[in-house]
Write a protein that binds this ligand. Structure first.
Ligand code: G
Ligand code: G
Ligand code: MN
Length: 408
């Protein structure tokens, strides 16, 4: 039995016409910590039941295809009633149908916290249920106070944005696997400002694409500088939706790379699940083209988005980065280890390199290594640093880990 210290007890309901599947669902919800699980075989029964309950439910697991009132109609009803619970869609239907249902439900104001493929299991439901209890899943970095857009525009003109670089290393031999470029604002009076305070603003003001190109230019300069110092490392950048819907982005990036005398194989593009699934047509075109040109493609912050495994297989990803909420402190929390293990296994099945973000301590490292993760990133290895510090960090790191063959 896994312990889950961060989760209060909750009330749940399963709506599923198939009796056996319903029993499995109810059982799994109990395993996940539900205090009470109510069962309904069709939409009308669920609505009637909801009206009689003394204690409101927190989580509803909802099947889509049912005789009588189906899941779609049911979701419309509860959306219009502004019910306060979160919904997990459980279905064996085709991904495109599930996505349509998800979008429809959201547009009615239903809080969809995820999709679970049947048969349901604890491993599938628990990460979704954790999302309901928000705080454990929303990273603190998303809560920074935004800076005014006009100040950001001025700062762009004054070239105050620059990438810091954070190393990622292979767990089996500690060799450098790459560095991730993370944007920083070197503010003349406020000092270093983290991305949470300006990236969302840049995104809504259509500034992010231009800034991303400037950042990539700096990343190229860094790569050349490190090569000159004998460190031939790959560099990752983060992309927003705006960049992904630009289907000419792969050509622009690969021209920049070849003009610098480098190869796309030494660069990786990181996108979050949510970003990759927005405007799916254009995003898929851009992502497939980036991959064709040789760039690595990474799913960032895995576990905090809403995609199902089916959706992930549509994009030619090469790497899966497990979000730090599942990594930091995992040694002390069984539930995090279970989720980590599931993510690593899934990465292996999809033939993706797995990367654990937020490895802060030796214990985090040991836990993640034991679970079979390929690569680690986090404060334990190195904090994000200015480009000039990378060589010094590398010498330090390889000095402490002699097995880190520089030829790797
Ligand atoms: O260091 P950290 O605070 O650097 O980064 C916070 C968040 O900002 C991360 O989720 C990261 O993906 C995002 N981020 C950092 N740099 C960039 C960037 O250049 N472009 C985009 N789109 N996101 C970035
Ligand atoms: O792109 P992404 O969302 O993965 O951004 C990585 C973020 O995580 C950055 O804000 C970076 O500064 C931060 N970060 C990297 N390593 C660690 C770590 O070990 N602990 C914590 N708390 N944050 C980290
Ligand atoms: Mn990232």
């Amino acid at each position: 039995m896994v312990s889950r210290p961060d989760m209060p007890p909750f009330q749940a309901m399963i709506l599923e016409d198939h009796e056996f599947q319903r029993k499995i669902g109810a059982h799994v919800l109990k395993l996940c910590g539900a205090e009470a699980v109510h069962e309904a075989a069709h939409g009308a029964e669920a609505i009637a039941l909801l009206e009689t309950l003394k204690e409101p439910i927190d989580i509803m697991v909802c099947d889509l295809n049912m005789p009588g009132m189906d899941g779609l109609e049911f979701l419309r009803h509860i959306g219009l009633r502004q019910s306060g619970f979160s919904v997990i869609l459980a279905s064996g239907m085709d991904a495109s149908i599930i996505r349509a249902a998800e979008m429809m439900a959201r547009s009615y104001g239903v809080r969809i916290i995820g999709i679970a493929e049947k048969p349901l299991s604890e491993g599938k439901l628990l990460p979704l249920i954790l999302r309901h209890f928000g705080q454990s899943i929303v990273s603190p970095r998303q809560q920074t106070k935004p800076m005014p857009v006009n100040e950001i525009q001025d700062a762009i003109a004054r070239l105050e944005f620059e990438p810091f670089f954070q190393p990622k290393v292979y767990m089996h031999n500690c060799a450098l696997a790459g560095v991730e470029a993370l944007m920083r604002w070197r503010h003349p009076t406020l000092g270093l400002i983290p991305p949470g305070a300006f990236i969302p603003v840049m995104e809504s003001a259509n500034l992010i694409s231009d800034v991303t190109f400037m950042l990539f230019e700096k990343a190229l300069e860094g790569a050349l500088e490190w090569r000159a110092a004998g460190i031939d490392t790959s560099v990752a950048i983060n992309l927003s939706v705006d960049s992904l819907v630009d289907t000419s982005l792969p050509d622009k990036l690969s021209k920049m790379v070849t003009d610098a005398g480098l190869h796309p194989e030494s660069f990786t593009v990181e996108v979050t699940e949510t970003v990759a699934m927005t405007d799916l047509g254009h995003s898929l075109e851009t992502l497939a083209r980036l991959r064709m040109k040789g760039f690595g493609l990474s799913i960032d912050d895995y576990g905090t988005g809403f995609s199902s495994m089916q959706q992930l297989t549509r994009v030619p990803f090469s790497e899966l980065k497990i979000d730090q909420v599942f990594v930091t402190g995992a040694a002390r929390q069984d539930v995090l280890q279970a989720l980590l293990g599931t993510s690593v296994t899934m990465a292996k099945r999809l033939k993706l390199k797995s990367v654990a973000e937020g490895v802060e301590t030796e214990q985090d490292w040991q836990t993640v290594a034991r679970l079979g993760c390929d690569v680690a990133q986090g404060f334990f290895i190195g904090k994000p640093m200015p480009h000039g510090d990378v060589v010094g960090w590398y010498e330090d790191w390889t000095g402490h880990h002699k097995s880190a063959a520089s030829s790797d």
